[in-house]
Design a protein around this ligand. Structure first.
Ligand code: FRU
Length: 507
């Protein structure tokens, strides 16, 4: 479906869109609809996929996103926009960048930077966005804003990187992610080109030179490479020992099917990215974290947001008048385990602002099944759940309702795997294979384990072992999950158990 939509001529898409727009009345119950995420970002209406142009500027977090102007399916893509001052509460803004008569087509994924020193000449501290234009083929374009991201002007000489490789024109040539590389005093753009990433450089954001290619024979190639992101982080918190991380989303070919994001750890010298470790590594083993990239212009903090869906079924999920939501913002770090450096994720600390009613218990022995006290009902499906144990034993955490629907998150000791099982999680028949159990390896060998779960109306995010193993899955239950049970046939001693409600972010 996606590919055929891509082929729809822009003019036609606009006409179809214009006819549809009148039918959509503004909803009075926005953010109250069935399956509507309550503390994750989703647009008021219409289709949304990748996060774009995430940039922090002047106390505001900008979140742009792939948004269909008129429909609840992928089609007439433009950049939607929302702003937050705390990464938690978002305010949807008017559309930022839309297709128009420039005939360069739709506005695909990309990034934004703060041009502090006016290297592009649009003014000091202007915001400069890069995106992929789609017509007549994929090329890179630029737009800028001199009013803190409120309005955007397309650069008149677009595209800034033409797709002109003669007969070998790549069909897939997209998703520019730009960053300032201090060491070489250049802007660096990472681009996804079918089966590899290209690095381009520029002094003025307008003229770009190709520096190198990475990845043809490295990592997973079971799908098309998309949405790269290159950034640097300290290893184990040591700022004297940093590494470069390259995120690459790929569709299909994820560890549990469909879309997923892999990462590479290495060095970057302003021209070449060289890897330091081989093997395939996934940012998130669940099926529903795709196209995630990090915020630009944030010193010492890598904050990622991903699209909580999967191209395999994104167009069929049973929500309306919107489709698509984002992961809770995550702080990325590097952690060494047995001489291998892993990327870890944790919910950003701002989460504390909306956590309420925390209950704590110590030394809970679970043998068979243990139901948490009934007041869990007041949490209305939005839940922060954490457990820590000094024992590595099988267990599961079951969220259920009185219709027999359940979402199960657990640890399989024998396989040394975490899992999320959405087999009985309400609506699953919109896509064959949606109702499944997904698995992820336990990566640490510690005898200590900890798990943090974020449950929203239609998603669960699992952060295990201090963020080493991550899974994100969406689900569509027909009634709020109001009961929590912990199960362990062999018996598990939980040293510390905490659970809290999470406030809804929409006013
Ligand atoms: C990733 C992606 C990008 C593209 C965008 C189009 O999900 O396919 O490569 O720019 O979506 O919406």
């Amino acid at each position: 479906m996606k590919k055929s939509s891509l082929l729809l001529p822009l003019g036609l898409a606009l006409v179809i869109g214009a006819c549809k727009v009148n039918k959509q009345s503004v909803q009075s119950n926005i953010y109250q609809e069935e399956h509507r995420p309550q503390f994750h970002y989703s647009p008021q209406k219409n289709w949304m996929n990748d996060p774009n142009g995430m940039v922090y500027f002047d106390g505001e977090y900008h979140l742009f996103y792939q948004h269909d102007n008129y429909e609840n399916v992928f089609g007439n893509m433009s950049w939607g926009h929302a702003i937050s001052r705390d990464l938690i509460h978002w305010q949807e803004q008017p559309k930022a960048i839309v297709p128009d008569s420039d005939s360069l087509g739709m506005i695909f994924s990309g990034s934004a930077v703060v041009d502090k020193n006016n290297s592009a000449g649009f003014g000091a501290n202007s915001l400069v966005a890069f995106y992929t234009s789609t017509s007549p083929k994929q090329q890179q374009s630029m737009a800028y804003s001199t009013d803190k991201g409120r309005t955007w002007t397309k650069y008149k000489e677009n595209p800034v990187i033409k797709n002109e490789v003669g007969d070998q024109i790549p069909d897939d040539f997209r998703d520019p992610k730009v960053m300032w590389h201090k060491e070489s005093q250049k802007w660096i753009m990472s681009l996804a080109v079918k089966d590899h990433v290209e690095f381009w450089s520029s002094k003025n954001l307008k003229e770009w030179t190709k520096e190198s290619e990475f990845g043809q024979a490295i990592g997973s190639h079971d799908g098309v490479w998309e949405c790269p992101d290159l950034f640097e982080l300290p290893v184990d918190g040591n700022t004297n020992n940093k590494r470069w991380i390259l995120l690459v989303s790929m569709n299909p070919g994820g560890p549990n099917g469909g879309s997923a994001t892999q990462y590479f750890i290495g060095n970057f010298d302003g021209k070449y990215f060289t890897i330091l470790q081989t093997g395939i590594r996934w940012v998130d083993y669940g099926t529903d974290n795709y196209a995630g990239v990090t915020y630009s212009n944030m010193e010492n903090r890598a904050i990622a947001i991903g699209w909580m869906s999967n191209w395999q079924y994104a167009g069929k999920v049973p929500t309306q008048p919107w489709r698509g939501a984002y992961t809770f913002p995550r702080k990325l770090s590097l952690k060494t385990v047995d001489n291998i450096i892993f990327l870890t994720s944790a919910p950003v600390k701002e989460l504390d602002k909306i956590v309420t009613n925390t209950r704590s218990m110590q030394n809970v022995d679970v043998k068979g099944s243990y139901d948490l006290p009934a007041d869990i009902k007041s949490f209305k499906g939005k839940l922060l759940f954490q457990l820590a144990s000094e024992q590595i034993e099988e267990y599961s955490i079951v969220l259920s309702n009185d219709r027999g629907e359940e979402v199960v998150v657990g640890f399989d000791k024998q396989a040394n795997q975490y899992y999320i099982d959405r087999t009985k999680a309400g609506k699953t028949d919109f896509e064959k294979g949606f109702g499944k159990r997904h698995i992820a390896p336990r990566l640490t060998k510690d005898n200590h384990t900890d798990v943090t779960l974020l449950f929203d109306a239609a998603s669960v995010e699992l952060f295990a072992d201090n963020g080493l193993t991550i899974m994100t899955d969406i689900f569509f239950v027909n009634k709020t999950l109001s009961k929590i049970s912990i199960k362990s046939a062999n018996g598990l001693n939980i040293k510390e158990l905490n659970y809290s409600g999470i406030e809804r972010i929409w006013k």
